[in-house]
Design a protein around this ligand. Structure first.
Ligand SMILES: Nc1ncnc2c1ncn2[C@@H]1O[C@H](COP(=O)(O)OP(=O)(O)OP(=O)(O)O)[C@@H](O)[C@H]1O
Length: 235
């Protein structure tokens, strides 16, 4: 079966500084995958490699069988990969509704997300639909960033530190939304540090250690092996 995303043996560098070495990661359609590792281990760089922002120096990246390393970021996004970046990056001077509709895309066979559906998923955003981006709390901004990514009707949603800096109750709300998204069959790659929540949410995990894959396996195996958490995640 062709994988949805297939990262094959990539090396990625910033100038002289090589950050990723021989990284492989595969996500099947309909699956959720977590990318784990301590700070600075190369998780965001992997996302940048996939999106063509820092293309790999070696190796291949395939999406639905098609090679995407070498394509521009906008071409990759048009194929159906949406990223919710670290730091959210919503438009402060647009309303919630405008932030969402500015990104709407119709792609047959993928998702059919509409403004109404996104607002039904995030009732807090529905209440604040007319508010400006800069009037939202951190959690609401994060929901808006996820909603905006959904409006592109992605085949793969990538979330980089979606719960970073949020209060525990808001974080719980984001985790609930991600679980609902999973139930819709959306494929997800999530970077986060809350390994217990990730074990509940996703099917498979890849742990990066200094830019290399240190471990790969399913939630059952990661849940049982606390030594892995300690060695690679510092928890
Ligand atoms: N634009 C850049 N230029 C040079 N080096 C960079 C750049 N961005 C990141 N790095 C370096 O690459 C390494 C991996 O960073 P990356 O952001 O991918 O890690 P991460 O696992 O996502 O960590 P974090 O959780 O802190 O975001 C780090 O040593 C970092 O200093």
């Amino acid at each position: 079966m062709t994988a949805l995303l297939d990262i094959i043996d990539i090396d990625t560098a910033y100038g002289q500084s090589q950050v990723l070495s021989e990284v492989c990661l595969q996500i099947q359609a309909g699956c959720a995958h977590a990318l784990l590792g301590r700070n600075g281990m190369g998780k965001t760089t992997l996302v940048r490699s996939v999106m063509g922002l820092t293309p790999p120096r070696r190796g291949e990246i395939r999406f639905l069988g098609q090679r995407i390393d070498g394509l521009s970021t906008s071409e990759i996004a048009r194929l159906g990969i949406a990223v919710v970046p670290e730091g959210r990056q919503i438009f402060p001077n647009l309303s919630v509704r405008e932030n969402l509709t500015a990104f709407a895309a119709t792609r047959s066979g993928a998702g059919h997300w509409t403004l109404d559906r996104v607002l039904a998923m995030f009732p807090r955003l529905a209440e604040r639909a007319a508010n400006m981006g800069n009037q939202l709390s951190g959690g609401e901004q994060q929901m808006l960033a996820i909603g905006r990514a959904l409006m592109t009707n992605p085949r793969l949603l990538i979330l980089d530190e979606a719960t970073e800096g949020l209060a525990p109750l808001v974080r719980a709300e984001i985790w609930r939304s991600l679980a609902l998204l999973r139930e819709t069959g959306l494929s997800i790659l999530v970077i986060d540090k809350y390994v217990e929540r990730l074990i509940e949410l996703v099917d498979r995990h890849t742990i990066l250690e200094r830019g290399r894959v240190a471990w790969e396996g399913d939630s059952g195996a990661l849940a049982q092996d606390r030594a892995l958490w300690h060695r690679y995640l510092g928890v």
